[in-house]
Write a new protein. Structure first.
Length: 199
């Protein structure tokens, strides 16, 4: 099962071109694979697969099955009736989650952030919004417009309703932009090691 691609920082943003920026949830990336014969049969976090025995990520399985699994397949089949494989990428988090660390005992949520289709690749940001934009468990759109330095600065300065930041996606590219408030929290918690959680 394919890993979710690494997202470069804002220094790799393509300025002057259209983008859609999504809320960046402060959690862990989980992936889910579906086939017509086996249903949702393979689950993974960023580097490994997991199952119902995992002490943390097993908490995501009932959430995914109850809230996302059927709806994802239905919506994908509306646009690609003969799809042979789906990989759904989600973000897994709780109220106290921070920089990939979680409170084992608190309730968690999942947000759908991307869909990859067999032999077609990742859905474009625009198609993702068209297919899943009205779904309550899909990533929230924060901005649609040109990628520019003003938008990057506004995200950094907290002028958009986000905590960690945004993931901006355009035609064949994406980048993450994080807020100064998140940077300050990273500094407080991790000191000079903050860079591994930054852009």
């Amino acid at each position: 099962m394919k890993h979710y691609p690494e997202i470069p920082g804002s220094s790799k943003a393509r300025l002057g071109v259209p983008c859609i920026a999504f809320y960046k949830y402060d959690g862990s990336n989980l992936r889910w694979e579906w086939s017509p014969k086996r249903g949702w049969y393979k689950f993974g976090y960023r580097t490994q697969l997991f199952d119902a025995s995992h002490p943390l990520y097993s908490q995501a399985i009932p959430i995914f099955m109850e809230r996302l699994s059927t709806e994802i397949v239905r919506r994908v089949k509306d646009v690609n009736r003969n799809c042979q494989r789906i990989i759904a990428y989600t973000e897994f988090f709780g109220e106290k989650s921070f920089a990939g660390q979680h409170d084992l005992n608190e309730p968690k949520q999942l947000r759908l952030i991307d869909i990859e289709l067999y032999k077609k690749g990742m859905m474009s940001a625009r198609q993702f919004v068209e297919v899943f934009g009205d779904m309550s468990d899909a990533a929230e759109v924060i901005y649609q417009g040109n990628m520019n330095k003003q938008f990057i600065d506004d995200v950094r300065q907290g002028k958009y309703p986000v905590w960690e930041g945004v993931v901006a996606k355009g035609d064949g590219w994406m980048c993450k932009i994080k807020t100064n408030a998140f940077f300050q929290k990273l500094n407080e918690v991790y000191g000079t090691n903050y860079r591994q959680y930054w852009e």
